[in-house]
Ligand binder design. Structure first.
Ligand SMILES: [Zn+2]
Length: 56
């Protein structure tokens, strides 16, 4: 499994971002700078966003 990309919506500003499901770095919103994910056990842990769509 190589992982997949996830389209998410920022909980703070509703801006959309595309993140890698196995991202191991903190991803910040490109609009407001809120933290969208942090790393947990080798996969992205969504903390400030809602998944809109998973792209295989
Ligand atoms: Zn935002």
């Amino acid at each position: 499994m190589a992982g997949s990309f996830i389209k998410v919506s920022c909980n703070d500003c509703a801006g959309e971002a595309i993140i890698f499901s196995r991202s191991t770095t903190v991803v910040s919103c490109g609009v407001c700078g809120a933290t969208l994910t942090n790393s947990s056990g080798g996969k992205a842990n969504l903390v400030g966003c809602t998944v809109l769509e998973t792209m295989e």
